[in-house]
Structures are given as structure tokens and as C-alpha cells.
Design a protein around this ligand. Structure first.
Ligand SMILES: [Mn+2]
Length: 433
């Protein structure tokens, strides 16, 4: 049984989280020989955590990186010896095995490792004194000083150079101060690799740290392809649909499996979030059909479910402006002009006046911190299908085709999609002298 992790992109949105959970559910049903584990590769903000809670969706386990760890190669066998044991007991216990090191305990407490070198040193010293070995020592008497223990979560490559550079046969492995196993040089002969499936993204820059160390076995996505190089052949399902959750449901259909109501609801959440309740111009016929099928399975009404979901998203006035902007922020570079565009979804723009100044300040801070030329925030009312645009002070602002509401704030009726509607205008404006 192999473990296969499934991750969405960094700063995960609903589609990333929901597609990872749902695809893991499908894969565990159609491939019970392996274990599919949904993960997230970065922390989720307060807003996202609250939204997931309101939908009763458990956020996937956080996994920081794909670097193999000491815990993936350590020996955690329960075979151990006690300090008080005579060496003859040890010889009986490990007859024919010749381990290079074994863990030694004093009752329940871990004391260190007894290595084959400790035994050889004792024997050679004895034989130098006398040509017979008469008194048999206790294990505790011949254990030499121990090397600095490793941590279970230490990175494999770092631990490998420590172990290879040490004169010890083995090093203990601790987890939170508790003994969990040990490693010998032999443990570092082969580098382990994690198996990984990417959903809702395919670019290594947007993915989990250490992706270059992993075996990417599948990609399920709806973005432009700028994918990683792989060593092995892989399954890719890239389709220009409104959400990755839509693709995942199509895979349920292709496998003849009806998702459980809870999983259907999870996919519906990701789908309606990414397509802004099917109103974003990225929405296709297949997204609409999928939404109604999923809603039937979980007994929800598409419109109503979408409205309730978005009304649970915290209003911008009560959020931290910096965090709200960067939670969905994309950087584009054109003719060495670096432009960052954030997008936030709301269910009303009536309270915009109350927070616009805070958000304009935050945009300027983010611009400076990220060495960007121009930062913008699109605040989208998903119910009225209208956005307002907040802009940092940049000369290309005057070339934008939108009517000005006040200094650095523009009105964009009907504009819902950053990728399809706003980005072309921004790139055009920044190219205009
Ligand atoms: Mn998506």
C-alpha cells in the first residue's frame, strides 16, 4: 500500500481544497490498493477557515513540503535491549542478524544505541589484557558516548550528511523529545520519494515546496499548462472548465461512481466558488450541468446554496486588508512591469466606502514589499455581477477603460473574471504610454 498525497495550489482557494478532498474520495474507491491523502501546502487564512467551518468541510491536513524525512527511512522495530542485560542475552536475541546498532532502554526510558563497535572495542580491550574473556559485562557498561540524536522530521539529505560524517554506527531519532526509532548508514542508501497528485494547478512555482523531490503521478487542472518535468509517464486531465471540481465530478461519472452526498456538496462548494455561482464568464455548459447534478445528489438548491456560501464569507471591512488581498493574489510580468492583482468576493458593495482607504493603503504596502510596479484589487459582488477596482498609484491607471468612482477606485459593471476580463485590460493599459 503506497501513500499518494493530493494537493491544490499554495494559498488554496475553495476549488483547490474541495477538489483535493473529492478526488481523494474517488481514488480511494477505485484504487483501494493505495491510500490517497488530501493535503494543503500552505496555511489557510481566517476567512477561509471560517467558510470551511460553516460548510462543515474539514480542511485537509497541512503538509509543508515533499522533501523526504528521517521518519521515512528510520528503523522503528520494537526489538530492543535493556541496560541491565548481560551481553550473552544480546547475543541470543540477535543471533544471525548482526545489527550494526540496537536501541537500549533502562526500563521504559531510552538510553542510547549499542553499536557493534561498542562490542568490538570491549572484546579487543579484554583480549589485550588477558587472552580469555571470563566476565560477561552488562550492556549498560559497554555503551560508548552517544551521537546527537536526529529528529523524525529532519530532512533526509541533511540527516544523511550528518550520519555519513559521524563516527557512530547509528543515531537515535526523537519526536518531541521522545525516542521513536534509529537510523544507521544503511538507511540512507536509497532516497525515498513521495507520490503526489496536483489538482487545480500544474505549475511548480504554485505548488508544494520540494515538488522536485516527489513523483508527480497525476495532474487534474483547468489552468494554462506550464507543468513540471516528470521521470515517469502520468495521467493528466486538463480541461478548460470553470472549476477543477467539475473535472473531478466528470471523473466520478467516467468511473461509474455516484459520490456520497457529503462529497457532492464539497464539489458543489468548489464549483460555485470558482464560477461565482455560475456567473463568471469562465463558466461552461458542463459546469452548469454538473452543478445541478451535484445539487440533486446532496439535496441543495444551486442558487440558494451559492448565496448562503458567499454570505458566509466575511465582509472586507472586518477582515485584515493585507491578508484578504494576498489570500488570492496573482503576479503578472509584462515588459518587466510587475503587476499584482488580487480578487475578493463579496455579497454587497454597499459598505465599500467604509474600507476602501484601508485597502488602498494595504495595496501600496504589498506593492513595496513585493517589489511590484502596480498592485490592484478587484472586489466582486457575486450576486449583482459587478466589481470595483482599487489601484495603487501608477501612471497606467489613466489608460484603464473604466469609469472613475473616486481617486484610485473604478467601477466595473459586469466584470467578474480576473483572468478573462480584467487582465487583458490591465496588460493593455500598462503597455500604453
Ligand atoms: Mn480552480
Amino acid at each position: 500500500m503506497e501513500k499518494i498525497y493530493i494537493t491544490g495550489h499554495r494559498n488554496p482557494d475553495m476549488d483547490s481544497i474541495c477538489s483535493a478532498i473529492s478526488y481523494a474520495a474517488l481514488k480511494n474507491l477505485i484504487d483501494p490498493k493505495n491510500e490517497y491523502i488530501p493535503i494543503r501546502c500552505s496555511h489557510i487564512g481566517e476567512g477561509m477557515a471560517e467558510l470551511l467551518k460553516s460548510l462543515e468541510i474539514e480542511p485537509p491536513m497541512y503538509k509543508r513540503d515533499m522533501f523526504p524525512k528521517v521518519q521515512d527511512v528510520m528503523i522503528s522495530s520494537c526489538k530492543k535491549v535493556d541496560m541491565s542485560m548481560p551481553l550473552t542475552e544480546y547475543a541470543k536475541l540477535f543471533k544471525g542478524e548482526n545489527p550494526s546498532a540496537v536501541p537500549v532502554f533502562d526500563g521504559d526510558e531510552f538510553c542510547g544505541l549499542l553499536s557493534i563497535d561498542n562490542i568490538a572495542n570491549w572484546a579487543i580491550n579484554k583480549l589485550n589484557e588477558d587472552d580469555k574473556i571470563l566476565d560477561i559485562p552488562k550492556i549498560g557498561d559497554i555503551m560508548a558516548t552517544q551521537g546527537e540524536p536526529l529528529n523524525a522530521t529532519d530532512i533526509f539529505e541533511d540527516a544523511k550528511s550528518i550520519v555519513l560524517g559521524s563516527n557512530k554506527r547509528g543515531l537515535a531519532v526523537m519526536d518531541g523529545g521522545k525516542y521513536v526509532g534509529y537510523v544507521t548508514r544503511r538507511c540512507f542508501l536509497n532516497t525515498p520519494k513521495y507520490n503526489l497528485i496536483l489538482v487545480d494547478h500544474n505549475e511548480p512555482d504554485q505548488s508544494i515546496k520540494g515538488i522536485e523531490c516527489a513523483n508527480v503521478v497525476e495532474i487534474i487542472d483547468h489552468h494554462r499548462l506550464n507543468a513540471i518535468k516528470t521521470d515517469l509517464p502520468l495521467f493528466i486531465d486538463a480541461e478548460p472548465l470553470g472549476s477543477t471540481c467539475t473535472i473531478v465530478y466528470q471523473l466520478f461519472l467516467r468511473n461509474g461512481i455516484k459520490p456520497a452526498p457529503k462529497i457532492a456538496r464539497t464539489m458543489l462548494s468548489g464549483l460555485l466558488s470558482d464560477t461565482l455561482i455560475l456567473k463568471s464568464p469562465t463558466t461552461t455548459k458542463i459546469d452548469v450541468e454538473t452543478a445541478y447534478m451535484l445539487a440533486t445528489i446532496c439535496g441543495e438548491d444551486v442558487e440558494e446554496f451559492g448565496k448562503v456560501m458567499f454570505s458566509n464569507v466575511k465582509g472586507l471591512n472586518s477582515r485584515n486588508p493585507d491578508e484578504a488581498i494576498v489570500s488570492d493574489f496573482k503576479v503578472y510580468t509584462q515588459n518587466s512591469v510587475r503587476i499584482g492583482i488580487g480578487q475578493c468576493e463579496v455579497t454587497t458593495l454597499h459598505d465599500a466606502e467604509e474600507y476602501i482607504d484601508k485597502y488602498l493603503d494595504a495595496l501600496e504596502n504589498i506593492r513595496q514589499r513585493g517589489a511590484l510596479n502596480w498592485t490592484l484589487l478587484m472586489v466582486t459582488d457575486v450576486l449583482k455581477e459587478r466589481s470595483i477596482l482599487l489601484s495603487s498609484n501608477f501612471h497606467s491607471e489613466k489608460s484603464l477603460p473604466y469609469s472613475k468612482l473616486r481617486e484610485h477606485v473604478y467601477d466595473m459593471p459586469g466584470v467578474m473574471s480576473r483572468k478573462k476580463q480584467l487582465l487583458p485590460e490591465i496588460l493593455h493599459a500598462s503597455a500604453t504610454k
